[in-house]
Design a protein around this ligand. Sequence first.
Ligand SMILES: N[C@@H](CCC(=O)N[C@@H](CS)C(=O)NCC(=O)O)C(=O)O
Length: 326
Amino acid sequence: MGLLIDGEWSDAWYDTKKSGGKFERDEARFRDWVTADGAPAAGRERGFKAEPGRYHLYVSLACPWAHRTLILRKLKKLDDLISVDVVHWWMGDNGWTFKAEDGATGDSLYGADYLHQIYTRAAPNYTGRVTVPVLWDKQQETIVSNESSEIIRMLNSAFDEWGDASLDFYRQDLRGDIDAVNELVYPNVNNGVYRAGFATKQDAYEEAFKDLFATLDQLEARLGQHRYLVGSRLTEADWRLFTTLVRFDPVYVGHFKCNRQRIADYPNLSNYLRDLYQVPGVAETVDLFHIKHHYYGSHPTINPTRIVPVGPALDYSAPHDRARFG
Ligand SMILES: N[C@@H](CCC(=O)N[C@@H](CS)C(=O)NCC(=O)O)C(=O)O
């Protein structure tokens, strides 16, 4: 764990002192967009044109933010257009590494050892955290974006000339509702589990815990009304919640102390989780080995022994009842 300061790697854990024990996530720094015509996005200077074979994703199979991009790539049928490298599950003193083991691929583009070398290749004086996912442009040899919420919007529409244009997870007519759900789910659930798990003061942890379960209760009620978060259609809001839910019982309940109850104890959320998992193509993006080994193995301040729990027994392929909504 660490970060780059003026292009130099510095080993450091998250600083929660300045915020009273609260974990505060840094803003992603690379915020450009791939567009169908290559024009820069509003307010941006650099433009990137969607083209087959030009872009590459660096992901971790453990990471919920990177997972979103893998799901969109899979569902939009972009596998042959956008290549992927998978970092090793263990994030130690050098941050994410390219050790090719346990299903990690290594860096197929440059043979780098560490992800931070990809960041300094793009920006030699970069200061900031070195996070996945990274959307890389092989032509200009630079990072387009390291913000997953924006990468999934690019994958959703910019490559429609080649991908599955019939699927739109951010439909114009649903955007207001999707944005509203995201605004609830991001701070309280997606980032909420991290706010609980990385808190270093009791009250910071309890505040995150309270927000998390109040929101899960609300989502449980909502999913009693319709099949998906914004009605009868699958949207990006569902995929953004899914990547947290699928990690919840195996990791967040124990490792991040999010233990008021499990997702398995919520009838609607647990059936909904299985429904999404069983969408063709999705199960192959879920790697519970990477997920469990990464979290339990990479956070020595939380789990110094690095022992990875054997349980719980999980079966996301079991039948669900969501078809009752039609
Ligand atoms: N805002 C980013 C957050 C990505 C992120 O924090 N990824 C984590 C892995 S789950 C990471 O790479 N952390 C390394 C670090 O913070 O040093 C996004 O959604 O893309």
